[in-house]
Design a protein around this ligand. Structure first.
Ligand code: ATP
Ligand code: MG
Length: 298
């Protein structure tokens, strides 16, 4: 069942800034990673899902409610963690969380208290005297404390130290087990790879790629870098693998194959004089980094 649906969403801020014709959906219980360079339009999409602003065209909906027209009802079952947090400076952490609880009419601080302890947050401190990480923890608790079925999290671990980032990852794993539907915008590949079922990559306001993380984790593609001692062998292999990368000045080849092709590659290389053969490791970071570069589509 689709819980979050974005259809042809456009918000044009002028000068090619904004979001242009983005369509995506998130299934019930799914964790969807929203990835992309600064200014790509991630926060804009999440803000429009929350109904803070009207789209120029297209529709955004959560639980079959229109984000703009039904913006009051939508908020009841959604926890939103904004990318930029603005909190009332003169309140203490606990005063603010109590106020949120009152405004939401939830009258239940039990999960908030659990999370305060979990994140080791001193809530007696005035917000103006809190560190960046402490404020981020308040925002996290605010998003989670009413136990909403849907979570929209905009760079949730920004400002958290590595230990707290790990705690946050474990919290999301627990929430996922409870069946929550989550969008997580992030620049941290490790976070994305540990948590997400699918990832959408946004660039210059357009969704340029969607990836099923399980496919990426179990990819059977391997890349080998080979340097030949002589040009003849180099040329022979180039003829056999015309679509791969060959650097004639160095007699080097970068050949990508699926695992089943390894025997034929070894047999083709067996008659060649090699200087080296090594497997190039692909990390998830390598995979995602190419989308951050200048090429339009990879
Ligand atoms: N209210 C606004 N008025 C004008 N331009 C805006 C407005 N909101 C966002 N933009 C522009 O739209 C683009 C997308 O911004 P957005 O904040 O959605 O990016 P982002 O993907 O969240 O980036 P980051 O990774 O830096 O958080 C940017 O170029 C931004 O300057
Ligand atoms: Mg943002």
């Amino acid at each position: 069942m689709q819980i979050i649906t974005v259809k042809n969403f456009t918000k044009d801020y002028g000068n090619e800034k904004g979001v242009f014709g983005v369509s995506l959906h998130v299934e019930e219980g799914e964790v969807y990673g929203y990835l992309g360079p600064n200014g790509a339009g991630k926060s804009t999409t999440l803000r429009h899902l929350m109904g803070f602003s009207k789209p120029d065209s297209g529709t955004l909906s959560i639980n079959d409610l229109d984000s703009w027209k039904d913006k009051t009802d939508i908020k009841k079952d959604v926890g939103y963690l904004p990318g930029e947090i603005a909190l009332p400076e003169d309140m203490t952490g606990i005063e603010y969380l109590k106020l949120i609880d009152k405004l939401r009419k939830t009258n239940d601080l039990s999960y908030a208290n659990e999370l305060i302890e979990y994140f080791e947050l001193d809530t007696q401190v005035k917000i103006k005297n809190m560190s960046k990480g402490m404020k981020q923890k308040i925002a996290i608790i605010m998003a989670f404390m009413h136990d909403p079925k849907i979570l929209l999290l905009d760079e949730p671990t920004s400002g958290l130290d590595p230990l707290m980032q790990e705690k946050f990852i474990n919290l999301i794993k627990r929430e996922k087990q409870k069946g929550k539907t989550i969008i997580l915008s992030s620049h941290i590949f490790e976070e994305i790879s540990k948590l997400c079922d699918r990832v959408g990559i946004l660039k210059k306001g357009k969704l340029i790629k969607e990836v099923v993380m399980a496919d990426l984790r179990h990819t059977k593609n391997k890349t080998y870098k080979i340097e030949f001692k002589n040009e003849n062998d180099f040329n022979k292999i180039r003829d056999l693998y015309p679509s791969d990368v060959f650097k004639a000045d160095k007699n080097q080849a970068i050949i990508s194959i699926v695992d089943e092709e390894i025997n034929s590659l070894i047999s083709n290389l067996s008659s060649c004089d090699l200087l080296f053969l090594k497997e190039e490791k692909h990390t998830l970071e390598d995979y995602f980094m190419k989308f951050y570069g200048d090429e339009e589509n990879v």
